[in-house]
Design a protein around this ligand. Structure first.
Ligand code: AMP
Ligand code: GLY
Length: 421
C-alpha cells in the first residue's frame, strides 16, 4: 500500500514511525514532514492548503491511502476533496470536523443525545452572555466557539474574569473564532484523554492518556499545546472506559450519523472525571500531540490496517492490542514558548536510538545540513518501561543527552500518576 501522511509535527513523526513498520506498506510519503519523519518516509514539499496540488500528487503516485494528522486540513475540507477524487482518507469530513471546529456544534450534539457535559448556552452578543454569567456565578468557563489555537478558553474563578473574557472574545481577540461565545458550567475533577476510532457506525476504543497543558512545573504558567504526556491514564479505569464508550462515544457516533455527518477518523475526547463519572470537555478530531507519541509506543498491532478499516467502514473486522507497560514523553520546547522564541537555534546532539526509547521530532528543520529548532515544541523524548517512574527516568535521561542551548522542558511530567503511588 502506498501511503501519504499529511503533517509535520511530533504526532506525525510517531504515526510515520509506526506506519513504516507495517508489512502492508510499500511506500510512505509525508507532506511536508520534518527531518525525523524523513528517516521513515520520503518527504514531499506540497502546500497542504492547495487541495488540487495534493490530489494531483496522489494521482501521479497512485496513492492508496491518505492519513491526515492535524486538524486544520480536516476543518478546511481536505478529506472531502480527496474522497471526491476517489481516494481513501483517514480523517473526518469538513462537516464532521465541526466536532472540533465549533464548540457550540458539539454542545448541541451533547444536548440532543444526552451526553454528559457541562450545562451551557451559546451567545452572539456580549450583554446576554454577561447576564447569564451573573446569574450562574463563578467559577464558570467562557469559550470562543471556533479554533483558537488552544487559547480561546477562560476558566474564570471570578465573575469579573468571565465578563472580561466575553469582552475579549467579542472584541476580536480570537478573530472569527470568537464571533460566537459559549458559556459553560465549571467541571471539577481530574482530566483525561480518551482515543477511539470510528468508521461512521462502529467504534474501536484505543487507549487513554494524560497531557500536561501548562508550561511550568506544578501546572503553572500559561497554557500550551502540551508539554508532555503518558499513557495509560490511571484515572481511566476499565469501568470509566466502558462508561465513556456507552455514555459519550456511542451516542456521538449515532448523533453524527443521524445528523447527516457520519464521523470517520479518531475521536480525541477531552474528559473531566467528576464525582458523577466521565463528562465531555471537548472533542478533537485527530490524534493528540504529544498524546499520539505515547499511544504509538504502546500499540502492539499494525497501525496501517486499523486506520484503513476506520476509513473504509470495516472497523468491526479489526482489533488493537496494547502493551501494558506505560509510555511517557517529555516535550522540549524553545525558550520563550508559548510566547515568542528564537528560530533556527542549533541542536548539536540527539541521543542514540535504544530499546524502548525514541526521540520524535516536532519542530525541527535542516539548515545547511545542520539540525535546527524551528517550532515552539521541538523534540519529544519518549520512553516505555515497566512503571511510570522508570519511564520518566528513562525519558529524562534522553533529555539530558540532548545538546540544544535554547531548549527547555518541564521536569515533572507524569507527576499525577506518580503521586498515586
Ligand atoms: P478546551 O480547549 O475546551 O480543552 O479547554 C482547555 C482547558 O480548559 C481544558 O483542558 C480544561 O483544563 C479547561 N476546561 C475547559 N472546559 C472546562 C470546564 N467546563 N470546566 C473546567 N475546566 C474546563
Ligand atoms: N495535546 C493536546 C492536543 O493535541 O490538543
Amino acid at each position: 500500500m502506498k501511503v501519504l501522511l499529511i503533517g509535520s509535527g511530533g504526532r506525525e513523526h510517531a504515526l510515520a514511525w509506526k506506519l513504516a513498520q507495517s508489512p502492508l506498506l510499500t511506500k510512505l510519503y509525508a507532506a511536508p514532514g520534518n527531518p525525523g519523519i524523513a528517516e521513515e518516509a520520503e518527504l514531499v514539499s506540497l502546500n497542504v492548503e492547495d487541495h488540487a496540488a495534493v490530489i494531483a500528487f496522489c494521482q501521479k503516485q497512485a496513492i492508496d491511502f491518505v492519513v491526515v494528522g492535524p486538524e486544520a486540513p480536516l476543518v478546511a475540507g481536505l478529506a472531502d476533496d480527496l474522497r471526491a477524487a476517489g481516494f481513501v482518507v483517514f480523517g473526518p469530513s469538513k462537516a464532521a470536523a465541526q466536532l472540533e471546529g465549533s464548540k457550540g456544534f458539539t454542545k448541541d450534539i451533547c444536548a440532543r443525545y444526552n451526553i454528559p457535559t457541562g450545562a451551557y448556552q451559546r451567545f452572539t452578543a456580549a450583554e446576554p452572555a454577561k447576564a447569564y454569567i451573573r446569574k450562574q456565578g463563578a467559577p464558570i468557563v467562557v469559550k470562543a466557539d471556533g479554533l483558537a489555537a488552544g487559547k480561546g478558553v477562560t476558566v474564570a474563578m471570578t465573575i469579573d474574569e468571565a465578563l472580561a473574557a466575553v469582552d475579549d472574545c467579542f472584541a476580536g481577540a480570537f478573530g472569527a473564532a470568537g464571533a460566537e461565545v459559549i458559556v459553560e458550567a465549571y467541571l471539577d475533577g481530574e482530566e483525561a484523554s480518551f482515543f477511539c476510532l470510528s468508521d461512521g457506525k462502529t467504534a474501536l476504543a484505543l487507549a487513554t492518556a494524560q497531557d500536561h497543558k501548562r508550561v511550568g512545573d506544578g501546572d503553572t504558567g500559561p497554557n500550551t499545546g502540551g508539554m508532555g504526556a503518558y499513557s495509560p491514564a490511571p484515572v481511566m479505569t476499565q469501568d470509566m472506559v466502558q462508561r465513556t464508550m456507552k455514555e459519550i462515544i456511542e451516542p456521538t457516533i449515532r448523533g453524527m450519523a443521524e445528523s447527516g455527518y457520519p464521523f470517520t477518523g479518531v475521536f480525541f475526547a477531552g474528559l473531566m472525571i467528576t464525582a458523577k463519572g466521565p463528562e465531555l470537555i471537548e472533542y478533537n478530531v485527530r490524534f493528540g500531540d504529544p498524546e499520539c507519541q505515547v499511544l504509538m509506543m504502546r500499540l502492539k498491532s499494525d497501525l496501517l490496517p486499523i486506520l484503513y478499516a476506520a476509513s473504509t467502514g470495516t472497523l468491526d473486522q479489526v482489533s488493537a492490542e496494547w502493551c501494558d507497560e506505560p509510555a511517557l514523553t517529555v516535550v522540549m520546547a524553545s525558550k520563550g514558548y508559548p510566547g515568542a522564541y528564537d528560530k533556527a537555534t542549533p541542536i548539536t546532539h540527539l541521543p542514540q536510538a535504544r530499546d524502548g526509547a525514541k526521540v520524535f521530532h516536532a519542530g525541527t528543520a535542516l539548515k545547511e545540513g545542520h539540525l535546527v529548532a524551528t517550532g515552539g515544541r521541538v523534540l519529544n523524548l519518549t520512553a516505555t518501561a515497566s512503571t511510570v517512574a522508570e519511564a520518566q527516568a528513562k525519558a529524562y535521561k534522553l533529555v539530558d543527552e540532548v545538546r540544544w542551548e535554547n531548549g527547555f522542558c518541564r521536569r515533572d511530567i507524569g507527576w499525577r500518576a506518580l503521586n498515586r503511588g
